[in-house]
Design a protein around this ligand. Sequence first.
Ligand code: ADP
Ligand code: MG
Length: 519
Amino acid sequence: MGKVGFGLAVSCAAATCAIAAILVGKRVRSRRKWRRVVGVLRDLEEACETSVGRLRQVVDAMAVEMHAGLASEGGSKLKMLLTFVDKLPNGSERGKYYALDLGGTNFRVLRIQLGGKRSSILSCDVERQPIPQDLMTSTSEDLFDFIASSLKQFVEREAQNSEFSSVKRRELGFTFSFPVKQTSVSSGILIKWTKGFSIKDMVGKDVSECLQHAMTRNGLDMRVAVLVNDTVGTLALGHYNDPDTVAAVIIGTGTNACYLERTDAIIKCQGLLTTSGGMVVNMEWGNFWSSHLPRTSYDIDLDGDSPNPNDQGFEKMISGMYLGDIVRRVILRMSQESDIFGPVSSRLSMPFILSTPSMADMHADESPELIEVARILKEDLQIPDVPLKVRKLVVKVCDVVTRRAARLAAAGIVGILKKIGRDGSGGIASGRSRGSDGKMRRTVVAMDGSLYTRYTMFKEYLHEALCEILGEEIAQYVILKVTEDGSGIGAALLAASHSSHSSSSSSSSSSVVDSQRLP
Ligand code: ADP
Ligand code: MG
């Protein structure tokens, strides 16, 4: 080989080595990036850990906070608000009643006709409307005029139908699902807004009065017979259908729970309380907090960026308003750690751009190529061409965030059962878990909210955790019953049981909370 040939061979070898080095370098860098992204997932999993031991600590903390909130005003982050609802519908109600349900993205007006037998709701007409975004942060007059005029139109459409022409003053159950300090069963003062509403002039005002005035301004003759929140409406419908129902839990845009408490346990209001021996307590559990809750840096950031930092801590880990945004934050962190999602999409930095229903759709994607995940990443987040293994990672993120939420909600429910002695603690023979005949008592919890009713994996994780915490023997007596539309129908039922017309408003014929059934 001549000198030239030798030189050529050396150059070729050097070039090959250089290319190989570049390729190896690329692969090493890409592996390093992948490891960093997987590291983000591992950290998330660790921070979201919800072993049964930890869940039991949350159960205990919930029960302790419930005691504290009942002992004194401001005694806990759980407000444990009195509802003054001491009778729940029992099936004897008759007549036509209305409800107005305001508490989230939509409001609904409805009318029911009751036949006087349990579960015999003869007819139910519902109309649903979105709340225009600008009214959520406008004035109370603007909001309530809009609602009252919709209600009036609803009633006027009925007036054309002769069957419904009525001489009596119409009565309405008003479901208003924000924290209210109740002053009677039909009046209460708004404590604060949640779920994106912010109408400053309403905080501290009587909510029923605002509606009553708006109805008068709009020429609608109707009385607010009860003011409740959606959980109380759900409990009312649950109890109407099944008298073993002792609590209601809603997991939708926000989350909250209420339950039937013995009046002697409501220490902060001794003396004020009533004949029936029981009262529904609105926990406002979205604001529950405990150091045992598994909190991540994403939760801390989400809270800090929210309009209500340090508030609604439990809700921010559990409810539909937030789960999608937690996932978005994790994906953002992943895309900052490495370019496996391509250049950082500016959409990914936009709060709430990934909705919880989209997250649920990604989570439920069972196609081998994860086509739905690819579509949502592209359309919602403007991240196209994500490799399959990265799409799998995204599904895993959805799984971790939802599993934690569902398991914490389960712990919250068991916390309520523990407070009322229905968790079987002390073993299956424990006192209040058994009836006077010595048999285990059924304990029914009415459940609603689209996150629970429509997100299958969420529901499954919740049930699984409930069984784990209670043990199967006890869990078989605890029944979670989907009770849809309780926030509307239940309020109309309560309007019936608290009506000023019907004899059912007297305690003899209405379902006074049955002391036999008190927890
Ligand atoms: P609200 O709480 O506003 O009264 P819903 O109980 O219907 O109304 O809850 C609505 C919330 O539930 C939405 O904001 C969304 O976060 C969540 N959601 C609705 N549908 C689904 C779904 N298919 N999967 C997961 N979450 C859902
Ligand atoms: Mg609702």
